[in-house]
Design a protein around this ligand. Structure first.
Ligand code: FES
Length: 171
């Protein structure tokens, strides 16, 4: 088994709660992500079996929702917007700076498993770029100094950036 009994039970509860199994797909993906931190094929296949839908269907849904990592990522997934507005405000330089600081390329994870760096499409906060999403938070109007402080905080066991929905900002 790739999923805990608790997650399996929650998926069953979703299956029984929603009018169709398809309607329970997205919340099921969230449950898998909450437990694993990414959506791996084995975990998705198991979730599909519990939910009672085809494995193909759940894998297609997982591919559609690009916010979910498909492979194991670091404890802190740094998602830096490099779309046009953020680029004009220095996102490219910032990404270069983070790469240099962490010693990794975009898409990679630091050897200690702490940080993964992604560049992503517009995060919908174009007026406050450059913007980075980590877990459930947006970090806006980013500067090198702000990045330094954040990375130091997280290296020293600061708040967990593993939750999923953007809810608040830290300007
Ligand atoms: S362009 Fe970066 S948030 Fe929109």
């Amino acid at each position: 088994m790739y999923l805990s009994e608790e997650t399996r039970e929650k998926i069953k509860a979703l299956r029984d709660k929603y009018p169709t199994k398809k309607a329970a797909l997205l919340p099921t993906l969230h449950l898998v992500f909450d437990e694993c931190g990414y959506l791996g094929t084995d975990q998705l296949d198991e979730a599909a079996d519990v939910l009672g839908i085809s494995r193909l269907e759940i894998n297609e849904a997982a591919s559609f929702y690009t916010l979910f990592p498909k492979h194991k990522v670091g404890k802190y997934l740094l998602q830096v917007c490099d779309n046009i507005s953020c680029s004009l405000r220095g996102a490219d330089n910032l990404v270069g700076y983070i790469k240099e600081k962490l010693g990794i390329e975009v898409g990679d994870t630091t050897p200690d498993g702490l940080f993964t760096l992604w560049t992503v499409e517009c995060l919908g906060s174009c007026g406050t770029g450059p913007v980075m999403q980590v877990g459930d938070r947006y970090y806006e109007k980013l500067t090198r100094e702000k990045v330094d402080k954040l990375l130091d905080k997280w290296k020293n066991g600061g708040e967990d950036g593993s939750s999923k929905e953007p809810k608040q900002s830290d300007r």
